[in-house]
Design a protein around this ligand. Sequence first.
Ligand code: SF4
Length: 336
Amino acid sequence: MHSPIQLPDTWQTLLSQTLESPEALLRYLRLPDSLLAGANRASLEFAMRIPRPWLDRIEKGNPDDPLLRQVLPLAEELDEVPGFTRDPLEESHSNPVDGLIHKYNGRVLVILTGACAINCRYCFRRHFPYAENRLGPQQWQNILDYITADPSITEVIFSGGDPLVSSDSRLNQLITDLEQIPHLARLRIHSRLPVVLPQRITESFVNVLKQTRLKVVTVIHSNHPQELDIHVAAAVQRLTQAGITVLNQAVLLRGINDSVTTLKTLSEQLFAIGVLPYYLFTFDPVKGAAHFDLPDDEARQLMRQLQDQLPGYLVPRLAREIPGRGSKTLLFTDQE
Ligand code: SF4
């Protein structure tokens, strides 16, 4: 008798099977039970969510694994730390229409969904009022009207949550609507899925991007070289072969990538798979994640060392987003 043919999991299947129980996580990774009480309490504030392809890259038995540290809820998250707030970037001040954030000249951010494939503990939108920013048909029409009325807007950024948890048909419809606005030239997609669930970058998704008249830029989000496996490389290759620019933004996080060796390897490995290191953001002071913070002086020191060891095109720009400013603020320049 023939055994049934095993088909690979689709991205939708993988997305529906995320791990959400701290207890199951600790058991699977053979981690100490002493972490459980804190993890359970912290996950009530911000749920734990880990997709299987990410879990597969975590070293078992290592509580300091850099991929684990990004997703494991910790008791420290419940500490009240002065200066760490629910809306560190004051995005609620730049939210003229539900689902749209207009902070910078020429570009607007559209929050397609509040859902992500992974919940990163340091996320500056961990308290974002997604429920008030639901993108129903009326909200979408309001967004289209807002963009149409402002010819200075030439770029739309799909953000979230993670915009790529949306189906191809939904993305196709949204992009088709945007294309009708003559002054739009570019579509940028900010997504962690090419890294955390690279199976999402299917041929049919790439075809959606290939068909649009808009120039497409994808900004992926990887913080540590251990995140980059062969599946990520294949996903990036599908994008770059379709002529899509792929950039990376990372967040500088204490205990995860605050070493020159890690940052250097990240840049080199990103470039090896076809991604240019773009930004290295300093951590945004969001409530519940103060333990990831790193002083600016330490960040600058790391950049100096990185610049000594890498060609300029592999050195990401160290930047911070300061509420109310018209662009990102660079914290390190070549002259330093
Ligand atoms: S994928 Fe992005 S938006 Fe989602 S939790 Fe992580 S950092 Fe936040």
